[in-house]
Design a protein around this ligand. Structure first.
Ligand SMILES: Nc1ncnc2c1ncn2[C@@H]1O[C@H](COP(=O)(O)OP(=O)(O)OP(=O)(O)O)[C@@H](O)[C@H]1O
Length: 318
């Protein structure tokens, strides 16, 4: 669905140097980025501020022309076939709107139907579905400028889906939304991907979006790809520690000396113990067996590292 190879985009920036002089410098916003996204995948494109995410998205959607490199989306070159591509993909920019500010939401949808020349029955079916799933019936007839951010975002996502795109590209779709609106939108997008097979590519700073929606991450920093893979594999690669939390029948002194365990922390006077172990030196089963040989275990859980820890370590690896 997406094929990007050695994609580059430069910008020329003019800065004032003294009273009359100006200097021109070249910024490489995207520097030899390569990745592929297969039909039906859901991929998170993440990175710190200024990493090059939006610039990549703009090249994928035909808004920006690459300086060099290869890019194909749904089989076409985005900047050369922008109109053709617009009929096959949906794009949501959290910060920018594709709705008509003064018109009722419903009228924006009608206009988009005419622009994309969508069959009236298909349009009605998709709109009904979105209205039901995104709970929009209460504000369909209100002008867009009167909508709350959460209501408008639901409208934006619907607008991007009315022509039945194979790929939905979202740039910061949950930015500024409250927790409930975020959750509703995530649920809708997850269903769109898993039940309908719509391919998703989204940029986000909200790690809960990724946890919920994206089995695969492409991590970018300073214009280049730092990591690309399933979230679980990246987790295993960059955070080699796991934590076994055991609740014991009776308090005991810290369970030091278990092979492969690098840290022991106790709570409740030794009744609960957190044993941090290295996955490359031992297994959870071996640590559990060693603990059970020394104390009577009431309950236990092995904690996976939090996703923000994974992403932080990926950025720090540079
Ligand atoms: N039109 C432009 N002219 C000059 N420089 C630009 C332009 N657009 C982007 N840049 C620069 O390119 C780099 C990448 O910007 P981009 O907007 O792609 O980052 P981003 O990863 O989307 O960041 P954020 O998370 O803050 O949205 C930044 O250094 C930015 O200043």
């Amino acid at each position: 669905m997406i094929d990007v190879r050695e994609l580059c985009r430069e910008f020329t920036v003019t800065t004032k140097a003294g009273r009359f002089r100006r200097t021109r410098t070249t910024v490489r916003a995207v520097d030899s980025v390569s990745f592929e996204v297969a039909a039906g995948e859901a991929v998170g494109y993440v990175g710190p501020n200024g990493a090059g995410k939006s610039t990549t998205i703009k090249m994928l959607t035909g808004i920006l022309v690459p300086t060099s490199g290869h890019v194909r989306v749904a089989g076409v070159d985005p900047s050369r076939a922008r109109r053709d591509l617009a009929r096959r993909i949906g794009v949501v920019f959290g910060q920018r709107s594709q709705l008509w500010w003064d018109l009722p939401l419903r009228d924006s949808f009608d206009l988009l139907r005419s622009i994309y020349r969508v069959d009236a029955r298909d349009h009605a079916r998709r709109l009904d579905e979105c209205v039901a799933l995104l709970d929009m019936a209460g504000f369909l007839d209100r002008p867009v400028r009167q909508l709350s951010l959460g209501q408008r975002m639901r409208g934006e996502v619907t607008a991007a889906l009315l022509h039945g795109p194979e790929l939905l590209v979202l740039d910061e779709p949950t930015i500024g939304l409250d927790l409930e609106s975020k959750e509703r939108l995530r649920e809708f997008l997850a269903d769109l991907n898993t039940s309908r097979g719509t391919t998703l590519l989204l940029t986000t700073h909200d790690l809960d979006d990724i946890e919920r929606l994206c089995p695969r991450l492409v991590v970018i920093d300073r214009g280049t790809v730092l990591a690309d893979g399933p979230l679980d594999a990246l987790r295993a690669e960059v955070v080699p520690e796991r934590v076994l939390v055991v609740d014991l029948e009776k308090p005991v002194s810290p369970l030091e000396g278990v092979p492969g365990v690098v840290d022991v922390r106790t709570e409740l006077g030794g009744l609960r113990q957190h044993l941090t172990f290295r996955k490359d030196r031992t297994t959870a089963a071996a640590v559990i067996a060693a603990v059970a040989a020394r104390a009577e275990v009431h309950d236990l859980v092995v904690e996976e590292p939090e996703i923000d820890d994974v992403v932080r370590r990926l950025y720090a690896r540079r």
